[in-house]
Design a protein around this ligand. Structure first.
Ligand SMILES: *Cc1c(COP(=O)(O)O)cnc(C)c1O
Length: 398
């Protein structure tokens, strides 16, 4: 029996079964590569689901975190630290947030959404409009905004007052904005729905409708933020500014940290002293991770790299002209390969056998969200192998 099988048996005997049996036991990483416990290398094109922005064991992150571990890890939110303040300032600056904007730090995307829900409730109008296909997390509040019935139904009734409209449908949104609605929550590109990019003018349309009705526009940038789509935040492609946004995944490069950014004094003032809190949120270690990630993305111009390598990947997959590929969606280094049937799980398994980590984001789409440091050459190795991977899947499939 391999190391892997033995460890996975122990996993199943000890971990709650919510994730099913994992496919690999990973031991270490370096850049865009990871190795399993049997010594098998994989090119990591998933990046811990859009988390490992700098890949694995990036020297700057290792150095900054090592120094911070030796200095101070945690202090509670009765106190603050230089990295926490600097990270909040940096995020507001990168987001072009106006005077009066503020940041609340959390430990995950879900918790950032919980803070956003409390912000929305403070408008005094309990209704929240969320989107079909949306994913906002699994805690009971965030789950009320998440669309997938299989995630929601075992736990209903959830938070009341949430109503759902089709994504990228402005007339439907307009009809849903009744006087009891305080906020609209949406992803600028829907990640878990399969990397769904709305039409170019959609976010602007949402901005106009919500501004007109005095409704908060809350963007969930947990997956799209921190350079993933080739901008610091995906909304920056549409020339609008939301009232609030949530961040997490790429922000800490793997150290748990999330954030709610509130834009402008009126929105920030909705959450007054005592109205929210967190023990760990924004502790000096996590904040140092966030600062280092932002520093390296800026220094190494990884936004441009994400655009260039991501566009090159999409063009190359299209150029393959493989009959099982229906389309390539996404922006920057958040991409999905649409497949001509529900065999994405099998395709992800054959990719793994060929040494590439990708995921079946939906039954008929493969997602890649690799480290932002990835080179065109590395990703080209996957494109070169993709034809064989899909052919293997198809022969198994038929
Ligand atoms: C992953 C994700 C979340 C949840 O984040 P967690 O860190 O898993 O709690 C929320 N919203 C979006 C858009 C996500 O992709």
């Amino acid at each position: 029996m391999s190391e892997t099988d033995g460890l996975l048996d122990r996993y199943e005997g000890s971990l709650l079964g919510v994730f099913g049996r994992p496919t690999l036991v990973l031991e270490h990483g370096d850049g865009c590569w990871v190795w399993d416990v049997d010594g098998v290398p994989y090119l990591d094109l998933l990046g811990g689901i859009a988390v490992n922005a700098l890949g694995h064991n990036h020297p700057d992150l290792v150095a900054a975190l090592s120094a911070q571990v030796a200095r101070q890890i945690h202090i509670s939110n009765f106190f603050t630290s230089r990295p926490q303040i600097a990270l909040a300032e940096r995020l507001m600056n990168l987001a072009g947030a106006p005077d009066g904007s503020r940041v609340f730090f959390t430990n995950s995307g879900t918790e950032a959404l919980e803070a956003a829900i409390k912000l929305a409730r403070r408008t005094g109008r309990p209704g929240i409009v969320a989107m079909d296909g949306a994913f906002h997390g699994r805690s009971t509040g965030a789950l009320a905004l998440t669309a997938k019935p299989a995630y929601r139904e075992p736990f209903e009734p959830l938070l009341p007052g949430v109503r759902r409209v089709p994504y990228a449908d402005l007339p439907a949104l307009e009809r849903a904005l009744t006087p009891d609605v305080g906020a609209v929550v949406l992803e600028p590109i829907q990640g878990e729905a399969g990397v769904i990019v709305p039409p170019a003018d959609y976010l602007r349309g949402v901005r106009e409708l919500t501004a007109d009705r005095g409704v908060l526009m809350i963007l969930d940038e947990v997956q799209t933020g921190i350079g993933r789509t080739g901008r610091w935040f995906a909304f920056q492609d549409s020339g609008i500014r939301p009232d609030a946004m949530t961040l997490a995944k790429g922000l800490g490069g793997g150290i748990p940290i999330g954030a709610l950014v509130t834009f402008g004094g009126a929105v920030s003032g909705l959450l007054a002293p005592g109205m929210h809190g967190s023990t760990f949120g924004g502790n000096p270690l996590a904040a140092t991770a966030g600062l280092t990630i932002l520093d390296v993305i800026a220094r190494d111009d990884l936004l441009a790299n994400a655009r260039r390598v991501g566009d090159g990947f999409a063009d190359a997959v299209r150029a393959l002209g493989h009959p099982l590929v229906t389309e390539v969606r996404g922006r920057g280094l958040l991409r999905a390969i649409g497949l001509a049937g529900d065999f994405a799980a099998k395709a992800a398994a054959s990719a793994r056998e060929a040494g590439f980590l990708v995921n079946a984001v939906t039954p008929n789409a493969l997602r890649i969200a690799p480290p932002l440091i990835i080179s065109a050459k590395k990703i080209a190795a996957f494109v070169d192998a993709l034809g064989d991977i899909l052919d293997a899947t198809a022969s198994e499939h038929s």
